[in-house]
Design a protein. Structure first.
Length: 127
């Protein structure tokens, strides 16, 4: 029998469409994409790409916490960038949030993201 639950926290940006912040099925959590929105204002954080990346990790961290886990439980992380030259910055900032063993990861270049964001991330965690 599958145990499915919708995960929601006010500490991360509210869903702005027909999706949930995350869905937990048994001990696996599927995280929806997070862009660098400030949860309280639902506006993009101001600053360079490193500030946007940190906001995305902070948002993902809050959703992970609401699911009963944390960033260390992420087993697969997908990173979407509007400029792949920012990949080195992703690696540097990611090192502030993660320790080995690092999650499996993909970095994908895209032409555009919601609200003009430069970065979006989603992932899967196992608790």
């Amino acid at each position: 029998m599958t145990n499915k639950a919708v995960i929601h926290t006010d500490k991360a940006p509210a869903a702005i469409g027909t999706y949930s912040q995350a869905v937990k099925v048994n001990n696996t959590v599927y995280l929806s994409g997070q862009i660098p929105l400030i949860p309280e204002t639902m506006e993009l954080v101001e600053g360079d790409i490193s500030v946007q990346i940190r906001q995305v990790f902070d948002n993902l961290s809050e959703v992970c916490g609401a699911s009963g886990g944390d960033l260390s439980n992420i087993v697969k992380l997908n990173i979407f960038l509007t400029d792949l030259s920012n990949f080195a910055t992703v690696n540097q900032v990611m090192g502030e949030y993660f320790q080995q063993p690092y999650p499996a990861r993909a970095a994908i270049g895209v032409s555009e993201l919601p609200k003009g964001a430069q970065v979006e991330m989603d992932g899967i965690l196992v608790i």
